[in-house]
Ligand binder design. Structure first.
Ligand code: PEP
Length: 253
C-alpha cells in the first residue's frame, strides 16, 4: 500500500519564529488522514524545526535543495551530509523553480539525487511540463524524457527512496489547477513508465504527488484519484489551518 503524503514547500518564506509556530501548530492540529506530512523548509530553519518535530512521527523534515557536489570549495552551497546533520530526512530535487531560475539540467539533477540517496535522504523528485507543451498535447513525451534523463540511472533499490511530484509548471503559484482527470491521467502515465523500467512492484509502491495550486477547496477531489497519492503544496502550506485541512483531505484506505 502506498503512503498518502502531504508535503509543504515553504519556498523562501517565513521567519524562523513563524516557521516554529507553523510546525508546532501542525503538530497540535493532529491531522489523521495522511500517512506522512513533510515540511520542506529553508536551510536556515532546518535545525530549529527539527527540534520542534521531535517526539512525534507523523510530520517529517525536508529541505528544498542540495548541492550537486559532496563537499569542499563551493561557497554558499549546502551538502547532502549537512542536510542530514541538520535533521532533514527528505529533499526536493528538480523543482521547476530550480530548473528554470538556476538552470538545473539532467546532469546536475542526477548528481544531486545520487548524493542525496548516498547520504540517507529520501528524494521528492519533481517534474512537470510548461504551458506550451501542454497546449501542444506533448506532455507525456516531455515527462517521459524527464524521467529517463534525471531518474532512470537509479537502480531498483534506490527507487524505494524516491517519491515523485508531478507539478505542471502552468499550475504552480498561478491559482490554475490541473483538473483531477488531468492529474490522474498523468500520474497513471508516470506509473506505467516506471513499471516499464522497474517492474510492477516498484511502480505500485512509489507515491506520486500532485503539485500546483492545491488548496483545501480542491485537495479532496484531486486526492480521491487512484494514482494520486498526495500533494506538494506551496502557498497553502504556509498557514496552519489551510495545510492541516489539506492533510485531512485523503480518502479512507
Ligand atoms: C510548489 O511550489 O511546489 C507548488 C505547488 O506551489 P503552489 O501550491 O503555490 O502552486
Amino acid at each position: 500500500m502506498r503512503d498518502y503524503i502531504a508535503a509543504g514547500n515553504w519556498k523562501m518564506n517565513m521567519s524562523i519564529a513563524n516557521g516554529k509556530d507553523l510546525a508546532q501548530g501542525l503538530i497540535e492540529s493532529n491531522t489523521t488522514s495522511s500517512d506522512k506530512v513533510i515540511l520542506c523548509v529553508p536551510f536556515t530553519h532546518l535545525a530549529v524545526v527539527n527540534e520542534i518535530l521531535k517526539g512525534q512521527d507523523l510530520i517529517h523534515l525536508g529541505a528544498q535543495n542540495v548541492c550537486c557536489e559532496p563537499s569542499g570549495a563551493f561557497t554558499g552551497e549546502i551538502s547532502a551530509a549537512m542536510l542530514t546533520d541538520a535533521g532533514a530526512k527528505y529533499v526536493l530535487i528538480g523543482h521547476s523553480e530550480r530548473r528554470g531560475y538556476y538552470h538545473e539540467d539532467a546532469g546536475i539533477l542526477s548528481k544531486k539525487i545520487t548524493l542525496a540517496l548516498e547520504n540517507g535522504l529520501k528524494v521528492i523528485y519533481c517534474l512537470g511540463e510548461p504551458l506550451e507543451v501542454r497546449q501542444a498535447n506533448e506532455q507525456n513525451a516531455h515527462i517521459k524524457t524527464q524521467l529517463e534523463s534525471d531518474l532512470f540511472l537509479l537502480d531498483a533499490s534506490q527507487m524505494a527512496n524516491i517519491t515523485i511530484a508531478y507539478e505542471p509548471i502552468w499550475a504552480i503559484g498561478t491559482g490554475k489547477t490541473a483538473s483531477p482527470e488531468q492529474a490522474q491521467d498523468m500520474h497513471a502515465f508516470i506509473r506505467a513508465t516506471l513499471e516499464s523500467k522497474y517492474g510492477a512492484t516498484i511502480a505500485q509502491n512509489t507515491s506520486i504527488l500532485y503539485g500546483g495550486s492545491v488548496k483545501p477547496a480542491n485537495a479532496s477531489e484531486i486526492f480521491s484519484k487512484e494514482d494520486v497519492d498526495g500533494g506538494l503544496v506551496g502557498g497553502a502550506s504556509l498557514k496552519v489551518d489551510s495545510f492541516a485541512a489539506i492533510c485531512n483531505s485523503f480518502p479512507p484506505k
